[in-house]
Design a protein around this ligand. Structure first.
Ligand SMILES: Nc1ncnc2c1ncn2[C@@H]1O[C@H](COP(=O)(O)OP(=O)(O)OP(=O)(O)O)[C@@H](O)[C@H]1O
Ligand SMILES: [Mg+2]
Length: 241
């Protein structure tokens, strides 16, 4: 049984624009996310997946409702408060990696822990080495993003996310720019960090092939939750951390 709740959304709405330009991107979403699970959020283009991920991650404000992450309410918080909650709880992985092109793989992974004072110089070096090793890229630590394949760049982006030790890892189309086999490797990596490290990993996609690896599949349709299914990933279990 998954017992530890990482995040809860209650009756969350998100409205963009007004008048004729008004778009109701989320129309009353209720969801709960647990430690140790890989959740896939599936839905057609424009159904509200990215919006859902961004309000859950506190990079966009919900219009109404409640979003609790790591015990903290996000709705109504200031930008500074949201930044602190994000820093302490979560990390993002994006479709196009968002690595800094002028920094090496190791420097890209190091920058956030360094800026947030996550340890001494030698502790940071160890943290970076462990993160790159966990994604199988020890031998690429001195490469710049432009010197790596798409799959390798995404693995660096995952290492960068893991180095901050997030409880919640939010991934928007993380395999969208990769071929099938490479995408599968990236998903296996995400599955393994959920399973082994007890993180909650949320993957947004419109590719139903990805859902086969999930513990839970949440279907989004026109801003509403259309269904939640147990995935084929593995049975739910107890996590302790
Ligand atoms: N910043 C914005 N301003 C206005 N409307 C927006 C904005 N962002 C998203 N929308 C609208 O909200 C709805 C949901 O968009 P969202 O990006 O969440 O969809 P999605 O499911 O992620 O789609 P895709 O699979 O194409 O990435 C769409 O109708 C979109 O046009
Ligand atoms: Mg999207």
């Amino acid at each position: 049984m998954l017992t530890e709740t990482i995040a809860t959304l209650s009756d969350v709405t998100k409205v963009y624009g007004e008048g004729e330009a008004k778009v109701e991107a989320l129309k009353g979403v209720d969801l709960e996310f647990f430690a140790g699970e890989l959740v896939v959020i599936l839905g057609p283009s424009g159904s509200g997946k990215t919006t859902l991920l961004n309000v859950l991650g506190g990079i966009e404000a919900a219009t109404s409702g409640s979003i609790v992450v790591g015990g903290e309410e996000l709705v109504g918080r200031s930008a500074e408060q949201l930044a602190t909650i994000r820093r302490d709880n979560l990390a993002f992985v994006f479709q196009f990696y968002n690595l800094i092109p002028t920094l090496t793989a190791a420097e890209n992974v190091r920058i956030i822990p360094e800026l947030t004072h996550k340890g001494s110089g030698s502790e940071l070096t160890e943290l970076v080495a462990a993160a790159l090793a966990s994604v199988g890229l020890t031998d690429r630590e001195n490469n710049f993003p432009g010197q790596m394949s798409g799959g390798q760049q995404q693995r660096v982006a995952i290492a960068r996310a893991l180095a901050t030790k997030p409880h919640l890892l939010l991934c928007d189309e993380p395999t969208g720019a990769l071929d099938l086999a490479t995408g599968r490797q990236v998903l296996e990596l995400l599955q393994s960090t959920a399973q082994t490290d007890g993180r909650c990993v949320v993957v947004v996609t419109h590719n139903s092939g990805i859902a086969t690896m999930a513990d839970r599949v949440i279907r989004v349709h026109e801003g509403k939750i259309a269904g939640v299914e147990e995935g084929e990933g593995r049975p739910a279990r107890e996590v302790n951390w």
